[in-house]
Every structure is written in C-alpha cells, then in structure tokens.
Ligand binder design. Structure first.
Ligand code: PMV
Length: 358
C-alpha cells in the first residue's frame, strides 16, 4: 500500500522526447461517491464497474524545452485545438506538480478523442483524466525505469483522482473500489484498487446506456459534492455506503443477483434522493427516466430477467445485466425502452479491463 509521499517523484533523468498513446474507459459506480473534501478525497467509499467501449484515447508528445519555469502545452480534441479545456488542464498540472516535477521540462502536445458521442450526457472527465494520467506515468517510467507496474497504475490512479475524483476508478478493471473501508483490503482514499476475483455470473456483465437527456449537466459534480457538506442526511448516507460496499463484496463473490439488484437500485435512488433533499435541491431525473424505471420493474416481475438499473448524476439510465440474457434485454430495449431515449439513442457497453497502451 502506498502513502502520499511515495508518489513524489524525486529520482528522474530527463530524456529529449517521448510520444505515447493510450486509452482509458469510463466507469459506472454501483456504490456512489457523493461528497468530498480537499484535496479531492472521498467522503465515502465507492465501487464501480469499469466500462469497455466508452473510452478516451489520448496521445501525448513530450518535447524537452529550455525554460522550465512554467507548464506549456497544446490541447487538441478530435484533432482540433480546444482552448476552452485549457484552464482545467492548467489546474490539473498545478495539482500534480509536486508529484510530477519533470512535467515543466517538457512542452506537451495532447491529442484526445472519445469513442462515445459528444454531449451524450456521459461524463468524459473520468476517461479523459485517466488516459492523461496513464500517459504521464508512461513518461515517468521512461525517466525512472525502476518503478514497478503496480506503482505505475496506483500513481496513475492517484493523479487521475486529483483531476476528477471518479477518474481514479478508470485505470484498472473490472471492478474498482476507491475509498478506505474495512471490507476491501488495501483500499485507500488516495487511489482506486481492483476488487479482485468475482463470481462467473459477472463475466462480461453488460451495461446498456439509455440516453434520455443528452444536454449539459444541470448540476456539475463539483456543486453536487458541495451539497453534501451541510446535508441533513450526510452522516447516515456515508455510513450506508460503507455497509453497501460490505454487502456488495459478498454478492460479487457469491453471484446472488437478487441481492445485487436490491443494492444497486437502492444506491442509484439514494444518490438522487440526496440531491432532492439538499439545499438547494434538484431533480435530475426526467419523466422518461421514471418511465424506464417502471418499465424495468414490470419487465423483471413478468419475465424474472435479472435486469436492473443504475443512474449517475443525470437523467440517463444504465441497464445492468448478465451476458446470458443479452438477447432478451436488447429485444426489450428495442421494443419498449428505445421510445424513451432522446433520438432513440443508446450505447451497448460491458465490463472492461481498464486503461491500456495503444
Ligand atoms: O468524479 P466526479 O467528481 O465527477 O463525481 C462523480 C459522481 C457520481 O458519478 C455521481 C458518482 C460516482 O461515484 O461516479
């Protein structure tokens, strides 16, 4: 297990140029992270499925420069310069400067693209920050070849966390836990750790994302996390997340899908309940989100298909189900649920293994 100081890179030898391409996926939390404190530490532990198809691919060219007093970079999104993203990156670089002092020796040309549709309501910050952090760690490995594979991944997760909290769960697969808790050995508030062996029913577990509302998020996650600061139910909620991690740990090992469904749906609704009971309060579900939830419940009662839903901080619905009922569920999506999706759009994804070099 690593502590913060382990991530301060003191030993490195600058090389003139280095280019790396890597990808990192999005992730969907089953136990939700909602509430944080400085520096981007979680108020409660969370657990997520790492996705496979929804990912960001990032190439970074590092070129040594003379002046090492400041950061210098160009940012391209899908091949075109995107100035609006630069301030976010500057604050990310400042946050990680202590841990990656070598960055100021380079001019970076960052070229990033997503596989999922732009403004689909799917947060791209997790995959983007994870891909960027992995690329930076690949540079660090060149500057200090003695670092281990474990260190590379855990520091990449640590850096990604400083960019966007939940991004720290996108470096590895297939299930990642972030936040110190008694049920998961080696769990840490500083970075995500892989969950480990699961029951075979979770092999290639499916996530079909129904795009109900593709608009900009009504509440940014920064504002959302702040809402937990003086929330009347914060203490109970944080305690509940610890309990749900413990319960889910058992379920992921014994494959009890009824219990899985009960925990996952309750977590999704609790996240939204927190938003509805905060000050100010928000409703992020849309009428079609509720239509879908009711349709899932009716379908499950009628067909006994172990299909459940989860939500993030928006109106889109993630359908989670084992791979052996894929055909039945996709048929249900096509005949019933697609009518509730904006422009009939949905994305088929499944459990994945995390970041990789391209
Ligand atoms: O990583 P952030 O700050 O965007 O927060 C993500 C919060 C949720 O998506 C709602 C829950 C989670 O654990 O991913």
């Amino acid at each position: 297990m690593f502590v913060e100081n382990d991530f301060v890179c003191a030993d490195f030898k600058i090389i003139p140029t280095f280019t790396v391409s890597c990808k990192a996926p999005s992730n969907i939390a089953l136990v939700k992270y909602w509430g944080k404190f400085e520096p981007q530490l979680p108020a409660n532990p969370s657990l997520s499925f790492t996705l496979n198809n929804c990912h960001t691919a990032t190439q970074i060219q590092f070129k040594q420069k003379e002046n090492t007093s400041d950061f210098s970079f160009d940012f391209l999104f899908e091949g075109k310069p995107k100035e609006s993203f630069k301030p976010k990156l500057v604050s990310f670089f400042k946050r990680i400067e202590k841990y990656c002092p070598y960055l100021k020796n380079y001019h970076l040309v960052i070229d990033s693209k997503n596989t999922f549709p732009h403004s689909s309501g799917i947060a791209s910050s997790a995959s983007a920050m994870a891909a960027m952090s992995r690329a930076i760690m690949e540079l660090e490995k060149q500057l200090n070849p003695t670092i281990t594979e474990d260190f590379l991944f855990e520091k990449a997760s640590f850096l990604a966390r400083l960019g966007s909290g939940s991004a720290c769960r996108s470096l590895k697969g297939e299930v990642v836990v972030w936040g110190k808790n008694k049920s998961v050995k080696n769990s840490s508030d500083l970075y995500g750790v892989p969950f480990g062996e699961m029951h075979s029913v979770f092999n290639n577990y499916q996530d079909t994302i129904l795009l109900v509302d593709k608009g900009e998020k009504q509440v940014s996650s920064t504002v959302g996390h702040q809402l937990m600061e003086n929330h009347p139910f914060a203490k109970e909620r944080f305690a509940q997340a610890h309990e749900n991690i413990e319960k889910l740990k058992t379920v992921l090992q014994n494959g009890d899908l009824d219990e899985f469904i009960a925990i996952v749906e309750s977590e999704a609704l609790t996240l939204h309940a927190m938003m509805m009971t905060s000050s100010p309060y928000f409703i992020l579900m849309k009428p079609n989100t509720l239509e879908i939830i009711n349709a899932i419940w009716a379908f499950r009662a009628e067909t006994k298909t172990p299909l459940c839903f989860t939500l993030d901080a928006g109106a889109n619905v993630h359908l989670l189900y084992p791979t052996n009922v894929k055909e039945t569920v996709i048929q249900f999506v096509k005949t019933k649920l697609v009518a509730y999706c904006q422009n009939g759009q949905y994305i088929c994804d499944e459990l994945g293994t995390g970041s990789a070099l391209l």
